[in-house]
Design a protein around this ligand. Structure first.
Ligand code: BJW
Ligand code: ZN
Length: 346
């Protein structure tokens, strides 16, 4: 098949412009205000022409996909997998996200996930989570495919039927006993006493105990005996595990079917937003190609220029360089309206 468009990177004299170099981060939560059809001035380093061409395409788009990754939650204070933030103690985070790691050292892997549950619960959705949720409430044929397990999109009130959790969630746990099908939603922190984050003695001047940062290899970590780790309340013997998808595991069938149904429903997809992901993990990354095959233009939002190339940019695509929490709300504003922080405007 002859491609509809020529890869931009391969066109002579066409360098990919590094449009948006924005370093501001946003930690506040936001609510949606009235929608407007005209865009306001972009952040200073965003060329108006590029913002306008994206806005024009967004407004005329009906069927839209978004593929989200860990970079979306970076401004909320949660680390990504690859790069500097992806080391937990001495371990590459991805080496802990495997069934083999859990089988070899359930104590360590549970401590990793218990810590991440704790951090995710302390974090707040940022302006990009809120903007995407607002887009989902406004555009009936917008589907979000999130690789994130942190629950921040759900807490931004992203409509549940418009959100496919490709890699599960930290807040579901399931039994490892093959014959037991128990799974449950669980927001207990800690999930069992043995997994409580160790703390200092209470400071008598503030009455507060400081948490130890167990992601730091210099902080001592106990080896927790298996009987003190989360156990299945149903079969009483199986070890519970986090309800996330590890390498080598199949994505949830219900999720795969829902995504396939959305993609197959129509001859055409107008746009795919690729936000804060290195797009290196499959099958998630392949959804970008599937959307392209249905005619979609691709808009990448990423803090790292080199991650723009993972899928290859084509003529007519956009690469927005910078923090998703700043760029995504600006991109979606003509449809979602300006987002306001609870205490006032952004
Ligand atoms: C910012 C920012 C800011 C920072 N603003 N941006 C085809 C080819 C080759 C291999 C395979 C293939 N198909 C399958 C495979 C194998 C494997 C795979 O993909 N391997 C690759 C490494 C090559 N895939 C699987 O094993 C999958 N299962 C499967 O295919 O099963 C088949 C099967 C069939 C039948 C029976 C059995 C099996 C499962 C994949 C599961 C991935 N799981 C994890 C862990 C989840 C649990 C947990 O959270 O711990 O998912 S791994 C990890 O990677 C996590 C993430 O969701 C995923 C993607 O990472 P993400 O989100 O892209 O994060 P980063 O860190 O990579 O990128 C962050 C980006 O943000 C960067 O670009 C930054 O620059 C940017 N950024 N700050 C904007 N402020
Ligand atoms: Zn069980």
């Amino acid at each position: 098949m002859i491609p509809r468009i020529t890869p931009r990177a391969l066109l002579p004299g066409r360098a990919i412009p590094f449009y948006y170099h924005i370093t501001k981060t946003a930690h506040t939560s936001h609510t949606r205000t009235m929608a407007s059809s005209t865009s306001t001035a972009p952040p200073p380093s965003i060329p108006q022409a590029d913002l306008d061409s994206f806005h024009q395409h967004l407004q005329s788009s009906t069927r839209i996909l978004a593929l989200l990754g860990a970079g979306l939650s970076a401004s909320s204070g949660l680390p990504t997998f690859r790069g500097a933030g992806g080391i937990w103690r001495t371990h590459d985070s991805m080496s802990l996200a495997t069934p083999e790691a859990f089988a070899a050292n359930p104590s360590l892997v549970w401590q990793f996930y218990s810590y991440r549950r704790h951090k995710a619960m302390q974090a707040s959705p940022n302006a990009a989570h809120h903007a995407l949720a607002a887009l989902a409430r406004t555009k009936p044929h917008f589907m979000t495919l999130s690789q994130n397990v942190d629950g921040l999109s759900q807490r931004a009130d992203h409509p549940r039927d418009k959100l496919q959790l490709l890699h599960g969630t930290l807040f579901e746990v399931k039994c490892t006993n093959f014959y037991c099908k128990h799974s449950e939603e669980n927001f207990d922190d800690p999930i069992v006493p043995a997994l409580a984050i160790p703390r200092d003695e209470t400071d008598p001047t503030t009455n507060e105990a400081r948490e130890h940062d167990i992601s730091d290899e210099n902080v001592h970590l106990e080896n927790i005996p298996t009987q003190s780790l989360p156990t299945c309340p149903s079969c009483k013997t199986g070890l519970l595990r986090p309800g996330v998808v590890w390498f080598g595991e199949r994505l949830p069938t219900k999720v795969l079917n829902a995504v396939e149904e959305f993609i197959e429903q129509s001859e055409r997809i107008d746009l795919i937003l690729v936000v804060g992901t290195s797009a290196k993990v499959y099958p998630a990354a392949d959804y970008v190609n599937q959307a392209r095959e249905k005619g979609a233009r691709v808009a990448v939002v990423n803090m790292d220029r080199t991650d723009a190339y993972a899928q290859g940019l084509y003529d007519g695509d956009w690469f927005f360089h910078g923090d998703a929490a700043v760029i995504v709300p600006a991109l979606l504003e003509p449809v979602t309206g300006k987002l306001e922080a609870p205490g006032g405007k952004l």
